[in-house]
Design a protein around this ligand. Structure first.
Ligand SMILES: C[S@@+](CC[C@H](N)C(=O)[O-])C[C@H]1O[C@@H](n2cnc3c(N)ncnc32)[C@H](O)[C@@H]1O
Length: 374
């Protein structure tokens, strides 16, 4: 009897082809990026969109590149499925179109190239040590957050990091504002509020709302400046702090505590501590909102794929021990902190889930009250 290998049902030929895609992945990534950045794909979109396409010489002449250079890139492009070759002319495919025109793809590609690409060489070391060893390509810091908050990373790295971070949260914010403010609360504590983007959205959403941001000092300086420029200096304030310092208590008396794309920056143990401190700051009627993209809660395979890859950014570049979590991970940590998910909203933004969490003791109290009334 033939021995079966591999747990999946993929054909052997396909499996071997897929293994080569992995083997040559970084080379082909750079080829796609060169086709994008040198303007070759854009030229095909503008001038080769007639079903006939453009030949190598014409492309080389138009873009002032060598025939050899255009040839090797476009031939790689055939295998990348960003172009097809028909009668010696090249035509853009749908994937090629996404590479140049889709904002999500551009943001992800730039994040991979500018923030991760060089550092990923150190991934195995990061796994073995639990430290973000890839960060050494830019300098010496414990975590990327210190470098980001003080704008110490190269300009292009900063730009691509912020565009990646803001792209996902910016799409989600307009959807969540009516949900979190629907009970008329007007004071919100934004934990890990970064440069104040969400705080400004809150202030624009309602004239009554006042926001307090907790974040590292460097980010808060930028947040303060941004809030002032928008005329919200009286409604957006901040407390600079290192949230990993257990002696820093969260301020009390906020009806809403907000954590967006924040807990994924920490290990499970750190999340437990952060949740515990949020719990201690919560009143009986406080609501803790957690907005996260969970890898198992995605409608599209492309999103799950991107989130699995993003986890490795946390491993190698960010801090060495956090990740994009599974909903089970987060629910277990909430349970441990005596919090529970009272309301869950899925399909927010690109693939976020919003949890509204409350104290377990409140659920017990309201159940007991209901039982008493009956
Ligand atoms: C991924 S960003 C999320 C920003 C924003 N909430 C959003 O949804 O776009 C994580 C934020 O957590 C902050 N952060 C990470 N570690 C921190 C620490 N130890 N103390 C304070 N803030 C920290 C970072 O500075 C950053 O602003």
């Amino acid at each position: 009897m033939k021995k079966k290998f591999g747990a999946d049902s993929k054909s052997v030929l396909q499996a071997k082809f897929d293994a080569q895609k992995i083997a040559f992945g970084p080379v082909m990534f750079q080829a796609a990026k060169a086709l994008r950045d040198l303007g070759i794909l854009e030229l095909l979109r503008k001038k080769g969109n007639d079903g006939i396409g453009i030949g190598i010489e014409a492309i080389a002449k138009e873009l002032n590149l060598s025939v050899y250079g255009v040839k090797v890139l476009l031939e790689a492009g055939i295998s990348l499925e960003v172009v097809i070759l028909k009668d010696k002319k090249f035509i853009l495919t749908k994937t090629g179109y996404f590479i140049i025109s889709d904002e999500l793809t551009r943001v992800n590609m730039d994040f991979v190239n500018d923030v991760n690409y060089q550092g990923m060489f150190h991934l195995q070391d990061a796994i073995k040590t639990g430290k973000p060893r890839g960060l050494q390509v830019f300098g010496e810091w414990e975590t990327i957050y210190e470098a980001l908050a003080n704008a110490e990373l190269p300009e292009k790295v900063l730009e691509s990091w912020f565009r990646f971070d803001h792209f996902y949260s910016d799409i989600a914010f307009p959807q969540v504002l009516p949900l979190i403010f629907k009970n008329g609360s007007d004071r919100i504590l934004d934990i890990g509020g970064n440069t104040g983007k969400f705080a400004i959205k809150c202030a624009e959403f309602s004239k009554k709302v006042k926001v307090t941001i907790l974040d590292l000092p460097g980010n808060l300086k930028v947040a303060k400046k941004n809030a002032e420029e928008k005329g919200f200096a009286d409604r957006i304030s901040g407390i600079p702090c290192n949230l990993l310092d257990p002696s820093v208590a969260f301020p009390k008396n906020y009806k809403i505590i907000w954590m967006s794309q924040f807990l994924d920056c920490f290990s499970q143990q750190e999340i437990s501590h952060l949740l515990k401190r949020a719990y201690n700051a919560m009143n009986t009627d406080s609501e803790l909102y957690i907005l996260e993209p969970y890898w198992n809660n995605q409608r599209f395979e492309a999103s799950t794929y991107s989130l699995h890859a993003t986890s490795l950014y946390f491993t190698c570049m960010a801090n060495g021990h956090s990740q994009m979590y599974h909903t089970d991970d987060m629910k277990k940590l909430l349970e441990k902190t005596k919090l529970y998910v009272d309301q869950e909203y899925t399909d927010i933004g690109v693939g976020h889930t919003l949890y509204r969490c409350k104290k377990q003791s409140e659920r017990k109290a309201s159940k007991a009250l209901a039982a008493h009334k009956n």
